[in-house]
Write a protein that binds this ligand. Sequence first.
Ligand code: FE2
Ligand code: FE2
Length: 188
Amino acid sequence: MITKNQATELLHEHTKNQNLRRHMYAVGFAMRALADRLGGDGEMWETLGLLHDADWEETKDTPNEHTKHTLDWLRKMGEIDGPIVHALMSHNRKHTGLAELEGNMEWALETVDELTGFIVAVALMRPDKKLATVELSSIMKKWKNKAFAAAVDRNQIAQCEEKLGIPLDEFIRLTLQVMQENHETLGL
Ligand SMILES: [Fe+2]
Ligand SMILES: [Fe+2]
């Protein structure tokens, strides 16, 4: 099974944009926290977070290729099946049709992916542009304002309730907290 360190190396090799790297760090931290909450394998869930958009720089103009490049890199490392491979296949299922979402780890990625970006957007509205002063209440206020970060699909995130059994406010609080704890790595 690919390790977190190997995933980080792949990410750095193929993703030069700092903000994009930080997106994957944030999703990695959130995935580890969700694994702790749900009894998953924290190392594996974080590894998936680090890898889920690792080929985005190369595939952003060809969405049906997204995750296929990463799957190729893993194949060359001898990683041909297993939970990470399946999760990468299902992550871009709308374009690739490679696999449907299965299990808590894949639903965690599906629901937390855009939430991390939403929380970054809220932090950037603060005068100091820092995560430290962001409160759950300010996120919930922006959540209800459909014009704010309009591209973020609230329904996709809110599936945390049905698919993971975690109430939305707890899901957001947990993600905010782990992002605040790692604010230096996230540059916020
Ligand atoms: Fe993606
Ligand atoms: Fe993502």
